[in-house]
Design a binder for this molecule. Structure first.
Ligand code: UDX
Ligand code: UDX
Length: 468
């Protein structure tokens, strides 16, 4: 198989939260490599090519500077999928792999139809040897299926499949890519496999020291990604479990996090109690892990990891219940301001955001919600709610109001619920907010970000996760 040591042409299928920033950074750091990002969604490509860099389709701190530097130099966003695939020596698959919503494994397994479509597409159009890189998070042994399809459909060309899972977190994607703790590359341990691994190592070594580029066999690489996300999510569920106990006992969950995080064996990160983790990966990847374990007959392993999800669901429900209970057991007809809709700060991504579940719960209790998020567009909020709830689109539209001014959201409200840890919330004039709210004025801080002492002085009834 023809495997160049130094790749000069890369194609990426999927211009999303992962494909877009990752390719932008590869292009920025490797000016001699032509990087073309393609997507079946032509509007997405047009958005990536926008003149106004403040209007890129995704929001990530630092992204626009990287795009500005590399776009039209060696970074291209194109709707000509076939051409880009055939010209490339290395093709990244970075399409979404949502949880299946139908059939066997419904609600648990990853839906691989887009990945399979990509493999078939590559096989159909490739007229020269290709290295195919799995970037999307995939169940263990997917590479094998991709390879089978490529070989069966391909025309006299050779393929090597690598696994190169993504560890970037949204909101810090550019920094995570620039200063990755590690990059993981899995490949076959035969001669061509090792050559393919080396060619990708050579891409990342443009900016990362070699000791941070780990190489493994394909299956270890695929399973490492699921394991990493399961461990991170497990930490959040663990501290959230303690938060419930804190609220009963008078212990303070932040103090506990600080105390245990000072143990170097535990470490301080991912110990922030919250209304629950969201995002496109944690829940999906753990469900996937559970499904895989169960399908191998490992019931105890599956149950163990499933508990991380159950605890997360419990935390979201617990928060919503707390609001209703505190507001004298009824929120019917009451105006509640929701601050934040994104699943975490510094992103406009709302996938699996706790805010969606809390909003749905409160709407079922007939609350009137006024929602503000600094980056999420109104259309996205409606779509999220329509997808989750059993109410009609019209009803959701009638029950919620989306505003561009946070003070308007909170004016004359019975309560404020903070669902995302946006920094700007801390800087609000809370005295002014207090004065314009109904009394007693309640703030439910699902992200534990407000300064409790100041809030108490202002006069709010403040409820934070992990405080009685
Ligand atoms: C996705 C997965 O969610 C994640 O598990 C994986 O690690 C990386 O890929 P993300 O980039 O955040 O993450 O997804 P998304 O923002 O939805 O982008 C995927 C893009 O692929 C979309 O723009 C979609 O239009 C495109 N796509 C999808 C194709 O170009 N072809 C397809 O066949 C399917
Ligand atoms: C995650 C992984 O971190 C990343 O390596 C992987 O590639 C994709 O999935 P992401 O989902 O973008 O990244 O965000 P992350 O920072 O991990 O946060 C996930 C959720 O956990 C957010 O809702 C966040 O608010 C929550 N969280 C995180 C907590 O509630 N407490 C914490 O201490 C940390």
């Amino acid at each position: 198989m023809n495997i160049p040591n130094n790749i000069t042409n890369i194609c990426c299928i999927g211009a999303g939260y992962v494909g877009g920033p990752t390719m932008a950074v590869i292009a920025q750091k490797c000016p001699e490599i032509k990087v073309t990002v393609v997507d079946i969604n032509q509007q997405r490509i047009a958005d990536w090519n926008t003149e106004n860099l403040d209007k890129l389709p995704i929001y990530e701190p630092g992204l626009k500077e990287v795009v500005q530097e590399a776009r039209d130099r060696n970074l291209f966003f194109s709707a000509e999928v076939d051409k880009a695939i055939d010209e490339a020596q290395m093709i990244f698959i970075s399409v979404n792999t949502p949880t299946k919503t139908y059939g066997v494994g419904k609600g648990m397994a990853a839906d691989l139809k887009y990945v399979e479509l990509c493999a078939r597409k590559i096989a159909k159009v490739a007229t020269s040897d290709k290295i195919v890189v799995e970037k999307s998070t995939l169940p263990v042994r997917t590479a094998e299926s991709i390879k089978t399809i490529l070989d069966a459909e391909g025309k006299n060309v050779n393929f090597k499949v690598l696994s190169n899972p993504e560890f970037l977190a949204e909101g810090t994607a550019i920094d995570d890519l620039h200063n990755a703790d590690r990059v993981l590359i899995g490949g076959d341990q035969d001669e061509d496999g090792l050559k393919a691994i080396q060619s990708l190592v050579n891409v990342y070594s443009h900016w990362l020291p070699l000791e941070r580029i780990l190489t493994t066999n394909v299956w270890s690489s695929e399973l490492s990604k699921l394991t990493a996300n399961a461990f991170l999510a497990q930490r959040v569920s663990s501290i959230n479990a303690m938060s419930a106990l804190c609220e009963q006992t008078g212990a303070n969950v932040d103090e506990i996090a600080n105390a245990i995080g000072s143990d170097s064996r535990i470490g301080p990160k991912f110990l922030k109690a919250s209304v629950g983790f969201g995002g496109s990966c944690f829940q999906k990847d753990i469900l996937n892990l559970v499904y895989i374990a169960r399908s191998y007959g490992l019931g105890e392993v599956a149950d163990y990891w499933e508990q991380v999800i159950k605890l997360n669901d419990y935390q979201k429900r617990r928060f919503a219940e707390k609001i209703v209970k505190t507001l004298f057991n009824t929120v019917s007809g009451k105006k509640i301001a929701m601050l934040g809709w994104a699943f975490k700060q510094d992103t406009n991504d709302t996938r699996e955001s706790a805010a969606i579940y809390v909003a749905d719960y409160l709407l079922n209790e007939q609350a009137e919600l006024v929602i503000y998020d600094p980056k999420v567009k109104a259309g996205q909020i409606y779509t999220d709610l329509d997808y989750l709830s059993t109410r009609s689109e019209e009803e959701n539209k009638r029950l919620i109001t989306i505003v561009n001014d946070p003070y308007e959201a909170m004016d004359d409200s019975h309560a404020v619920a903070i669902l995302t840890e946006w920094d700007e919330f801390k800087a609000y004039d809370w005295k002014r907010v207090y004065n314009c709210m109904k009394k007693p004025a309640f703030v439910f801080d699902g992200r534990n970000i407000l300064n409790i002492r100041i809030m108490d002085e202002v006069g709010f009834e403040l409820y934070t996760i992990g405080r009685g």
